[in-house]
Design a protein around this ligand. Structure first.
Ligand SMILES: *Cc1c(COP(=O)(O)O)cnc(C)c1O
Length: 248
């Protein structure tokens, strides 16, 4: 990896951290209330290793095959601290690819329907039964289409509330929180989407006190400060981390 790229990564990480601190402070939150996940879907393993050298440890991929490919490559790489990173699944997960990511993705952000949640839970139980070990529930987030755009997938807020009890009862998943994407465009719309997800989380907690849903995965390169102001605990940044041409 070019020296210049690594130096850029280190500088950029410090700039992002400053922005995160400022947004958290401005909204009365603590510095460690939110974490940064580096979305590595457009880069290769060398760039991920450069990111690790710059201090990143939490990565996200949006395709199961690519998540597995990167994990396999990193697992065989000399000089990579195997305990120092984790990968989350953040993109569309088809039922027939669930087995690929189980036990490999630390957290699946993109459980976008009751059917998919059932599919994940069933496969966790089946895999455990097949190897005669206790099932370890897969940590998941429920993806919500807060803005109601046709092009976006996920539970509608009303659907999630309606399906909550069944979701809470699925033994093979461990619901950790909610995830959303804001429409592209102005900051006001983004903030309404993010506050909408937070309010939905509060309504879910009220309806189902057993579910803490402590994680709010929201905020990307162009809107992460707005997301942090509205309670994001996990921002997912791709271009601003990996693309030197992206203007922060
Ligand atoms: C690509 C992607 C991101 C990161 O987007 P950037 O705008 O590059 O920061 C975040 N979340 C999901 C689900 C993505 O697919």
């Amino acid at each position: 990896m070019e020296r210049g790229y690594e130096e850029h990564m280190v500088r950029r990480r410090a700039e992002i951290a400053d922005r995160m601190r400022a947004a958290l402070a401005a909204s009365g939150r603590r510095e460690d209330d939110a974490r940064l996940l580096a979305v590595s879907k457009t880069v290769g393993v060398d760039e991920v290793v450069a990111a690790m050298h710059a201090g990143y440890g939490l990565f996200g991929e949006n395709r199961p095959q690519e998540l597995v490919r990167k994990l396999d490559a990193l697992g065989e790489r000399d000089g990579v601290d195997q305990g120092a990173y984790r990968f989350d699944m953040i993109g569309n997960l088809q039922t027939n690819k669930i087995n690929m990511v189980l036990g490999r993705a630390a957290l699946i952000h993109s459980v976008r329907s009751l059917k998919l949640a059932r599919g994940v839970s069933d496969r966790v139980l089946r895999a455990a039964a097949a190897s005669a070990v206790p099932a370890v529930p897969q940590p998941v987030l429920f993806e919500v289409n807060v803005s109601g755009e046709e092009s976006k997938s996920g539970f509608s807020p009303a659907e999630l509330l309606c399906d909550l009890e069944e979701l809470a009862g699925l033994p093979g998943i461990e619901p950790r929180g909610l995830m959303t994407m804001a429409p592209r465009g102005d900051e006001g719309t983004a903030r309404r989407t993010f506050s909408g997800l937070r309010e939905l989380r509060d309504a879910c907690r009220e309806a189902c006190p057993d579910m803490a849903l402590e994680e709010l995965s929201m905020g990307m390169s162009e809107d992460f400060e707005a997301a942090l102001m509205e309670g994001s605990t996990l921002i997912r940044l791709g271009r601003v981390v990996f693309d030197p041409a992206f203007v922060l």
